[in-house]
Design a protein around this ligand. Sequence first.
Ligand code: ASP
Length: 353
Amino acid sequence: MRYYFILLLLPLFACNGSAPTETPPAEETKIDRPEYALVIHGGAGTILKENMTDERAAAIRNAMETAMQKGEEVLSSGGSAAEAVEQTIWLLEDSPYFNAGKGAVFTSNGTNEMDASFMTGHDLNAGAVGGITNVKHPISAARAVLEKSEHVMLSGKGAEQFAEEQELEIVDPRYFYTEERYQSLQRVRAKEEAAMEAEKVRQSSTLLHARELDEKYGTVGCVALDKNGNIAAGTSTGGMTNKRYNRIGDSPIIGAGTYANNATCGISCTGHGEFFIRYAVAHDVHARMAYGSLSLKEAADQVIFDELKPAGGTGGLIALDKNGNITMPFNTPGMYRGFLKSTGEKGIFFYED
Ligand code: ASP
């Protein structure tokens, strides 16, 4: 009996001897995941310094800060990532500084048509709305499609009727009129007319002009990781200034503008939507992690800099992985972006700083 007892103890002594052990102590292998994390964007493009006064910068920063605080309140009190994403985006949609909700840009017809999407990473469920004109918070319509319908995407009148049935706040489309966005449309139209007269550029490139002129800045997005390890992502936009009426961009397209999967990451994109659709940007980041074992940063950088940029696709994305790592790459001169973690780390950035 005693003999066996000594034999059982021998391996333990061997491990504690002077020879280094193969397995590092548990603390070293443990992944330091924050309890929760949240990242937002307010659009990517060219931030023209002449349009950016100190006051305007402070107001934008303040709106981002307030929205992130709201998300943090939800997450720190044990709320879900989905709830944090919706509540954060609500505040960004209420701000005239962003091209979503109140600050939505104008179509070539002088209307405001909004797109939004929502995805939850624990069940790969998703909801989206395209081309809606009277729902105050398009992100809530997208979440309602996810939670309360058997579909993934509703558009136009059908989406508006569904939102009404769900008792979401419906407003007169004139609510979305802002003088600033209307003047943007006039400038882009004038440019288009001049270009058409000169027959120098193709009509479609006026969308690019809008980006270059900083006329459409401000799609919003949010990705959150909650205390249960669940990821959710959402994106909301007015699209691109002077877009054709009924044009739908990447923002409401799952896998292009938005994606979330607890196994890898959550993503929200902003940029020239046609490229983001063609390159299936959000899903591509997930796929490079899932099948190529890339880190979040490697996957996102490859898509934004190696795939989109050479093709002429301008924009960026925010992404957060299951361990709370965050990355926010963009190939434009600027992207409004911010993040926070339960560890206290946080920041808000505009340019390439
Ligand atoms: N991606 C949006 C769209 O193409 C616009 C943007 O993010 O700036 O509709």
